[in-house]
Design a protein around this ligand. Structure first.
Ligand code: NAD
Length: 304
């Protein structure tokens, strides 16, 4: 039976680290502040933004919340991004994704000042990630790596199989795993992969990031594998107050019987994503302080 990885506990440690670094910055007169843009009223987007704002507040940081209606124009969003870029009190900018179909996400992301790109999605951040240069790491992939580090899973030399090739999870995670200092061997699977099971069965570390409930069944997992479930799927459940429950991409009970470690959903990767965001915002504020000679040392992504 697998050990269940308590993402909330490891996230709490990282949030404490963010709070300590925030306190040091505040002594220098800087309060880290995240500008958050939310378009539309999707319940998932609203609850993700609320969770991020609550975590920022608890760590002593601030947020500036910009809520825009679903039919907002691309130009209007860009105007807000430019304002946040220019505002010295804002250290990080996050545009909650996904955006409505009429908005070109890549255009909005490219407009964010790379120095404030705490989500790590700007082409400059992506380039730095690929080149192995310092820069903001995307929060979910970084959170996965930190979780493995915290539970002391040997990653060097391991075969990692990632199911999903999105720009926000699968691809950046693969880039992180192949960095020389991490040294894993990576297979990326996606909707074009024939015989998914043939690949997943070879994984020492299996990361599911497809957004398909129950995709990973026990017969797709090697005995003793480490299973990281990034997926968050809403399954209707009439017996719950909200009318749904959250589940990952992994058939949890059956896979837990076979794996050595497994992350639950909720309570696994999700809390780490928020914790990594807090650390990125603190780093952005510290970087701002350094650039303005305010005598605060930066330690941005020291484990890049
Ligand atoms: P996405 O839809 O952009 O990408 C999904 C990827 O999975 C695609 O690359 C696709 O090729 C692949 N895929 C889908 N079905 C597949 C199948 N049957 N076989 C093989 N590959 C398949 O999604 P995303 O933004 O990368 O998110 C993935 C999941 O992770 C979602 O459930 C999302 O909610 C969740 N997520 C969680 C966090 C967190 O903090 N826990 C953060 C981001 C995303």
């Amino acid at each position: 039976m697998a050990d269940i990885i308590d993402g909330r506990e490891y996230a709490r440690k990282k949030r404490e680290e963010a709070a300590h670094r925030t306190a040091a910055l505040k002594e220098k007169g800087i309060t880290p502040c995240l500008g958050l843009i939310l378009v539309g009223e999707e319940p998932a987007g609203i609850s993700y933004v609320a969770a991020k704002e609550k975590a920022l507040l608890e760590a002593g940081m601030e947020s500036r919340d910009i809520r825009l209606s679903r039919d907002v124009s691309e130009e209007e969003i860009l105007t807000h991004v430019v304002r946040l870029n220019r505002d010295p009190r804002i250290h990080g900018i996050l545009v909650q994704l996904p955006l409505p179909n009429h908005i070109r996400e890549d255009r909005i992301i490219a407009a964010i000042d790379p120095n404030k790109d705490v989500d790590g999605f700007h082409p400059v951040s992506v380039g730095n990630l690929v080149l192995g240069k310092p820069g903001f790491l995307p929060c979910t992939p970084h959170g996965v790596l930190v979780l493995l580090e915290e539970i002391k899973i040997p990653v060097a030399g391991a075969h990692v199989v990632i199911v999903g090739r999105s720009n926000i999870v699968g691809k950046p995670l693969a880039q992180l795993f192949v960095r020389r200092e991490i040294n894993a061997t990576v297979t990326i699977c996606h909707t074009g992969t024939g015989d998914l099971r043939r690949h997943t069965c070879q994984a020492d570390i299996l990361v599911a990031a497809a957004g398909k409930a129950g995709l990973i069944t026990a017969d797709m997992v090697k005995e003793g594998a480490v299973v990281i479930d990034v997926g968050v799927n809403r399954i209707s459940a009439n017996n719950t107050k909200k009318g749904y429950r959250l589940t990952g991409d992994v058939d949890f009970d059956a896979v837990a019987a076979k794996a050595s470690y497994i992350t639950p959903v909720p309570g696994g990767v999700g809390p780490m994503t928020v914790a990594m965001l807090l650390l990125n915002v603190v780093s952005a504020a510290a970087q701002f302080a350094d650039a303005n000679c305010l005598g605060v040392s930066t330690s941005r992504n020291s484990n890049n």
